[in-house]
Design a protein around this ligand. Sequence first.
Ligand code: HC1
Length: 569
Amino acid sequence: QVTLTIDHKRISVPEGTTILEAAKKVAVNIPHLCYHPDQEIKANCRICVVEVKGSRKLSAACSTRVSEGMEVLTNTRKVRDMQRGILELMLANHNQDCLKCHRNGNCELQDLCERFNISRTHLEDAVDALPLDDSNPALVRDSSKCIKCGRCVEACQSVQEVHVLTHSHRSIRFNIAPAYEMPLEETLCVFCGQCAAVCPTGAIVEKDDTELVWTAIEDPSKHVIVQVAPAVRVALGDSFGLPKGEIVTGKTVAALRRLGFDQVFDTNFTADLTIMEESHELIHRLTHGGTLPMVTSCSPGWINYIEGVFDDLLDHLSTCKSPQQMFGALSKTYYAELKGLAPEDIFTVSIMPCTAKKYEAARPEMTSGGVREVDAVLTTRELARMIGSAGIEFADIDEEQFDNPFGLGTGAGAIFGATGGVMEAALRTAYEAVTGKGLPNPDFKEVRGLDGIKEASVVLGDDLVLRVAVANGLSNAKALMAEVRRGESPYHFIEIMACPGGCLGGGGQPIRSTNDIKEKRMDALYKIDQDLPIRKSHKNPDILKLYETWLGEPLGHKSHELLHTHYHK
Ligand code: HC1
């Protein structure tokens, strides 16, 4: 332990603690921007400067470690003047269209301006006239709002190892952008949105599709249906001040009905359908000499990554479409038949925790019967904006149930939203399909949790021990796939989710989703699973009915036509 004083308050903290962290223990929140609790220390912005007795220069609190007897002052005239000066310099170079910015009211720079009581500044505006990049369906990058903190660069380079966003130029021309300022669409960007999730301002945001959806809802010729992804229901409440990780499934359904959707369905239903197809695909590959390890295909950021970086390994991907797209395919075929509607008159919307889902829905492979399967994808953040703009008091709204025929999901479908959940769900079904025996305990705890790579072995028979691995975050995916490329992978089946934590940590979730919040969301998803009467996809009665009455059998002709695809080089 190290003993020091902060603003004359004596405190003991573990060796290695930074001044910024130590100050929190005496209820002092030192201003910061480039610092993020889940990232490396960067000390780029310097707004966290403090006085340390005996030092002539001010010290950055985020990067200075405490030492025995240290005396720190965080609120002197000298400190305040310096912090304010740094803030004014940032503002002079920041496009201040705050009222029209998606981050209005949820912007760390705005918070600091309020805190420093900034009403006017002494510097003339010198905002760089940099072009807006909205060249892709998922993300919008606006350099005029970038404060050069470097959080997005770390997310892109170290967490995801995609290496698209980088520093360029020097001094007053210093910038953060893809190499040669190329539009994201022309780079290897996978559209995971992890950059947007950590950006303190509105410099990188999701592409807003709320107007598209309002227009469809208002169009009397359209039957507008919506599906809700597993991870949305444990995060949407954040946007309305509810406790982190609160399960808000029923409130979400009620809010969507009030917004005017004709039917409100559950992606957990098609997550169960994905498990039916994917577990049978795995068994088929195991018994027919198919390409192994088989790798999951439901995370669109991961699909974009394998196409860009491991395109020689595309045969390893499961051919199953994601639950989002299976829902879309059913909505324009089975559901259209059921309702007697033309597929073109059905407008299918997804609520997803993910920015890359917008990209997935727009892919040319994702059509059924000549029409787009999913017409619009809204992130959790966009849905929160629609609910807010409709004046719905989300926290007070009464809970409602999903509609049928796509309203019943099992616990296996629910846990798709957490890293390891797809694997666990698939193992529950594959075990019973291969052994013909009931699984005594459906919990595969080895594949749960926030560790980057997890593995497990499951005995499926006298001569078959299934070896599986789970990776979340693309740097971890890269490590597993490099093993596959070298021919050294010991696994039969690998789950990969592009975002750290899985979809619950997706790039479209409420801003400020730190690891402690992700853990709460994860606990909530496993609670949903635990509390449901049916926890195995192959026991979902509505899925069984769908096969009996319309689809045939898993991997059958209709399934192949509608629910599977191939990604090519
Ligand atoms: Fe996901 Fe999936 S789990 S990819 O994370 O397979 O986005 O939640 O909807 O499609 O079900 C996301 C979440 C989601 C799909 C499912």
